[in-house]
Design a protein around this ligand. Structure first.
Ligand code: COA
Length: 388
C-alpha cells in the first residue's frame, strides 16, 4: 500500500483567461474536489503555489485569499514559490504531510496569469520571469530565460551534435500531442519547416521552440494511503524527489547534466523502488525544446547525448517506446508558471486512470513528472503508479 494517493484532479484550460486569479484557482480546485467526491469542509489543509503574483498582480498574501474564495477560510494554507517548479514543491510538501500523518486530506494546486490580461506584455513578463535568475551575476547581463535555456542547449549541441532539426521535432511532437488535449493553449499541429522558418528568439530557439505565456490553474486532492480504497479512482504516489543546484550558469559543474533533475529523479525512483526503465511515460518541463532534450536524459528516458535523436526517431512520441509529454507539454499545453507542476500531476493521474482519450499512452501504469524551476536550479520529480 502506498502512503499517499491522488484521488481527484482538475485544471482549467490553459490559455488566455480574462478572469481573476481566485476565480481561476476556484475552477481547478472545485473540478478536483468534485472528481474526488470530497467537500471543501473535509479538507485538512491547502498547499498552494503562485510564483509571480507579487509582480504580476501586485498581490502577495494569496494563500488565505484563494482559501476563502473556495469556502475554506480557516484551513492552514501554505503558499509556495519556486519559480516554474512552484506547485510541484507544493505537491511534495502535501504528500510528505499526509505520509507523516499530519493530514488525512489535502488540496494542492497552483495558479498564475502570465498573458497581457494583467496589463503586462511580453517584454515586461520576460523581465519579471528573469527575477528567478541570479541578481548579481545574470540579471545585469540582460540574460532572460530564453537565453538561459539557449545557452544550455548550445552546449548540448556542441558536446553531442544535437541539431536544430532535432529540436524542431520536439515541438512538432508536442504540438501533435496537444491537438488531442482540449485544455491545451495551442491545439494546432506544426511542422519541422514551420519551426525552422520562425523568427529567432534566442539562438538556437525560434518562436515555435518556446512555450507561450499562459494563464491557468490546476489542483489535485492528496489523501493518506490508508484511505485510498474508499475512493473511486485512486492513483498511488510512488515517490517524490526534490533537489537544487547552484543558480548561475557559470557556476554549474556541467551545463548539460541539469544535476538537480538527476538528483531529484534518483530520489523519486529510489522511494518508488523503480528504475527509469519501469516508467511507461513522462511529463517533463519543456519550457523550450532543448529543455525537453536535457530533461529526457536527466530522468533516464534517453541515454546522455541522445535526447535529440530519440525525439527525431519518434521514440518519445505517443506511439514510441519512451513517450514524453502526451499532454502537449509546456510547449503546446501552455505554461502558467505556478500551475504547471500540479498540471503535470493531473496528466499523470488521468493517464494512469486511462481517461484521456486519443492521447492515451498504452499500458500507462507508471508515470513520471519532471518540473524544473529557474536556471535548472530547482527540480521536483514525482512518480505516480496504478493503485495496488
Ligand atoms: N509558441 C507558438 N506560438 C506562439 C508562441 C509560442 N511560444 N508565442 C506566441 N505565439 C503565437 C501567438 O499565438 C501569435 O499568433 P497569431 O499571430 O496567430 O495570433 C503570434 O505567435 C505572436 O504572438 P505574440 O504574443 O505577439 O508573441 P511574442 O513575440 O510577444 O512572444 C515569445 C513570443 C516566444 C517571445 C514568448 O511566447 C516567450 O517569451 N515565451 C517564453 C516564455 C518563458 O520564457 N517562459 C518561462 C520559461 S522558463
Amino acid at each position: 500500500m502506498a502512503d499517499a494517493a491522488v484521488v481527484g484532479a482538475g485544471m482549467t484550460e490553459f490559455g488566455v483567461h480574462d478572469t481573476t486569479l481566485q476565480e481561476l484557482f476556484g475552477e481547478a480546485a472545485f473540478t478536483a474536489l468534485n472528481d474526488a467526491g470530497v467537500e471543501t469542509g473535509a479538507l485538512d489543509a491547502l498547499y498552494f503555489g503562485n510564483a509571480m503574483g507579487g509582480q504580476t498582480e501586485n498581490e502577495t498574501h494569496l494563500g488565505p485569499r484563494v482559501a476563502s474564495h473556495i469556502g475554506a477560510a480557516g484551513l492552514p494554507v501554505q503558499r509556495f514559490e519556486d519559480a516554474c517548479a512552484t506547485s510541484a514543491n507544493a505537491f511534495k510538501n502535501a504528500v510528505q504531510a499526509v505520509e507523516a500523518g499530519v493530514h488525512d486530506i489535502a488540496l494542492v494546486g497552483g495558479v498564475e496569469r502570465c498573458t497581457p490580461v494583467t496589463g503586462k506584455e511580453t517584454p515586461e513578463m520576460t523581465r519579471i520571469f528573469a527575477s528567478a535568475s541570479h541578481r548579481q551575476y545574470e540579471q545585469p547581463t540582460g540574460l532572460t530565460f530564453p537565453g538561459v535555456f539557449a545557452l544550455l542547449t548550445k552546449r548540448h549541441m556542441h558536446e553531442h551534435g544535437t541539431t536544430e532539426e532535432q529540436l524542431a521535432e520536439v515541438a512538432v511532437k508536442n504540438h501533435a500531442h496537444g491537438t488531442h488535449n482540449p485544455r491545451a493553449h495551442f491545439g494546432k499541429e506544426t511542422t519541422v519547416e514551420e519551426v525552422l522558418e520562425g523568427p529567432v528568439v534566442a539562438d538556437p530557439f525560434r518562436l515555435m521552440d518556446c512555450c507561450p505565456f499562459s494563464d491557468g490553474a490546476s489542483a489535485v486532492v492528496v489523501i493518506s494511503g490508508d484511505l485510498a480504497d474508499s475512493f473511486d479512482a485512486p492513483v498511488d504516489v510512488g515517490g517524490v524527489g526534490h533537489a537544487t543546484d547552484v543558480v548561475p550558469l557559470g557556476d554549474k559543474a556541467d551545463l548539460t547534466a541539469t544535476q538537480a533533475a538527476r538528483d531529484a529523479a534518483s530520489a523519486a525512483y529510489e522511494e518508488a523502488g523503480i528504475t527509469a526503465d519501469d516508467a511507461d511515460f513522462a511529463e517533463v518541463h519543456d519550457c523550450f525544446t532543448g529543455a525537453e532534450v536535457l530533461a529526457s536524459e536527466a530522468i533516464g528516458f534517453a541515454p546522455d547525448g541522445e535526447g535529440g535523436t530519440y525525439a527525431a526517431e519518434g521514440r518519445t512520441s505517443l506511439s514510441g517506446d519512451r513517450p514524453i509529454n502526451p499532454s502537449g507539454g509546456l510547449k503546446a499545453k501552455g505554461h502558467p508558471i505556478g500551475a504547471t507542476g500540479t498540471a503535470q500531476i493531473v496528466e499523470l493521474t488521468e493517464q494512469i486512470r486511462g481517461t484521456v482519450g486519443e492521447r492515451q499512452v498504452a499500458d500507462a501504469d507508471v508515470g513520471v513528472a519532471h518540473n524544473l524551476g529557474g536556471d535548472a536550479a530547482t527540480t521536483v520529480v514525482s512518480v505516480l503508479e496504478a493503485h495496488s
